[in-house]
Write a protein that binds this ligand. Structure first.
Ligand code: ZN
Length: 433
């Protein structure tokens, strides 16, 4: 056989091998730019939950899932996983202690019920924050209580009381109403009330929120890998240099863009071994309600891993080709990712900011409390980031090349979990606050 025939044969063989092998899908920078630019445009008005702006983002994301051809979640006809919430504030209130009316500036309430009527015969729990007490600590202890509690605060705390009143007086959002867990704070000199009367009527309205959810069915229907990010942000803020829209480009249009890009990537691969669910959570910024609702509808034991992606638009101080994993020590999820990209330029490592409690500051914590190896992947040096929760969190401040590389690295790092070769150890719920 002469050399040129051998060469032609070799080329023919290589071409036919390449044709049989499914081509590795591309995660294209132009697509990343298109998606994040749309989600963080002024038209979305900062994507705050319950606003028309977030509705536009929701419609856009549903359109993207549709184009990719994702399946809908079992029991849903489309990509919207909607749920009801209540907004509850004070409509009218009358409070007296020992016959003296309490002025409006001297009380506030955190309500779970539409109405409360309490007096000295109600068997109420009373907590006193004396002059040497601490409002912050007491509120921290009581905030998730199941009791109805009257909190009497000594006048020595007048200033801090005012700040807590400002912070807690707005309508609060509830997934359900209860008869218990109502807190009423009163600033007073009467620490031993003989007689009291607390009558508060709530201002209740019903609201709707939606997660956007799509699926790629794997060969194993009861083993789920979750890719998630929150698509809501904090909305309109006091203006800075004429700009009042907090666009949330990095937080968390960047993660949401990653979720869409990963959905497209995996949709172009062969059918995965495990089932993949892609979620854009709502209402992370106002209490993580989207992930809470999602976790109630999906058996956590079936979720083998959760890749929650937060703020990947800026490179880490350690270098642009790196990302960290929050709660690294709580399962071996991080080690599996590190193994999957062993030898590659892009590296994953443990969260370098444990003091920032990042593991608890996103939707992953809700699933981790149920035992899921649920971690956030991030790259932004949050301790020094000047744009975090500011109107300056704009797409122009982001490094789209770095972001695209990060999405590609997550796709690679997820490979062994998606294929069923590796299964992260479960998180111990006792190890999650
Ligand atoms: Zn976020």
């Amino acid at each position: 056989m002469n050399r040129s025939i051998a060469a032609v044969l070799l080329v023919t063989i290589l071409v036919s091998i390449a044709a049989c092998q499914p081509k590795e899908p591309e995660i294209e920078i132009e697509e990343v730019k298109r998606i994040i630019s749309f989600l963080s445009s002024d038209e979305m008005e900062g994507r705050r939950a319950f606003t028309p702006g977030i509705e536009k983002a929701s419609i856009f994301l549903q359109g993207e899932f549709e184009k990719i051809g994702l399946e809908t979640l079992d029991g849903l006809n489309d990509y919207e996983q909607s749920f009801k919430m209540f907004s509850l504030g004070i409509a009218t209130a009358e409070l007296t202690i020992n016959g003296n009316a309490i002025e409006e500036e001297n009380y506030f309430a955190v309500l779970n019920s539409k109405e409360i009527e309490w007096d000295q015969n109600s068997g109420l729990r009373i907590e006193v924050i004396g002059s040497d007490g601490n409002i912050r600590d007491t509120y921290g202890e009581l905030r998730n209580t199941e009791d109805n509690i009257l909190v009497l605060v000594d006048k020595a705390h007048e200033q801090l009381f005012g700040r807590y009143k400002d912070f807690l007086s707005g309508p609060s959002y509830k997934m359900e109403l209860k008869d218990s867990g109502n807190l009423v704070f009163i600033l007073t000199g009467e620490i031993n009330p003989g007689e009291y009367n607390i009558s508060i009527k709530g201002n209740l309205s019903e609201l709707s929120l939606s997660n956007i959810v799509g699926k790629i069915s794997g060969k194993r229907s009861d083993e789920i890998v979750l890719f998630s990010a929150h698509y809501d942000h904090i909305g309109i803020r006091p203006p800075v240099e004429g700009d009042s829209i907090a666009n949330g480009a990095n937080d968390d249009a960047s993660g949401t863009t990653a979720v869409v890009s990963l959905a497209k990537y995996f949709s172009q691969m062969e059918q995965p071994e495990r089932t993949l669910i892609f979620v854009a959570f709502t209402a992370e910024e106002i209490g993580g309600y989207g992930s809470r609702y999602f976790s109630q509808g999906t058996d956590p034991d079936k979720i083998v891993a959760m890749f929650n992606i937060e703020m990947i638009g800026k490179g880490a101080t350690e270098g642009s080709n790196t990302a960290w994993i929050t709660g690294f020590e709580k399962s071996d999820f991080g080690k599996i990712l590190q193994r999957a990209v062993d030898g590659a330029t892009y590296k994953f490592y443990a969260d370098p900011y444990p003091d920032q409690n990042l593991f608890y500051r996103s939707d992953n914590a809700t699933l981790a409390r149920l035992g899921v190896p649920a971690h956030s992947i991030s790259t932004t040096p949050i301790d020094v980031d000047p744009d975090y929760h500011q109107v300056s969190d704009e797409v122009e401040t982001l490094d789209i090349v770095h972001m695209t590389n990060t999405i590609k690295a997550i796709a690679k790092a997820a490979a062994t979990i998606v294929s069923g070769q590796e299964t992260p150890s479960r998180v111990d719920p006792a190890d999650v606050n």
